[in-house]
Design a binder for this molecule. Sequence first.
Ligand code: HEC
Length: 152
Amino acid sequence: MTISTGRAALIAAAAITALSAASTLLAHGNVTPQAVDTSALPDLAGGNETWLTENPYANAAPEVKAKAAQIGESAYGQNCARCHGLEAISGGIAPDLRYLELGPSGDEWFVERFQHGSSHDGKVYMPPFGEVLGQKAGWAIRTWLETQHTDE
Ligand code: HEC
């Protein structure tokens, strides 16, 4: 075996691994929200009762913000990716969340949807997540989503 076929085999193996990881996620049709461990994040003033309309982690200390983004990325993968796409790149089923406005105006719309989901004409387009995941998880996801933002 030459060096180049060895490399090709390696690349093919890596591609297969990546592909099966993606299809496992996409095939994951479980609609039960997956609990998010937010204990590493500071508690919010209003607890889970009073929902904020602006991301409390946006201007937090860098290490808190980084932790929020890290927790948010994983929470997104478990709860949102099956509709909104891996890495927030939508495959067309649901809006592409990379285009959400940055800052307070985007926060308000984000948290409205996160809390209540979206239903019309008796059909649930997006389930509500507010009560099951809690607002710390919501803002952690929002913090990560802002790192994926694009205008293009
Ligand atoms: C079952 C599929 C599904 C899941 C799971 C889901 N969403 Fe959605 N989401 C949708 C659909 C469909 C819409 C568009 C609803 C509409 O326009 O009425 C939407 C809309 C949104 C919007 C508004 C986007 C815009 O541009 O108006 C946000 C923000 C959002 N979702 C966040 C999330 C987050 C965060 C999660 C995970 C915690 C999540 N969604 C999980 C289907 C889903």
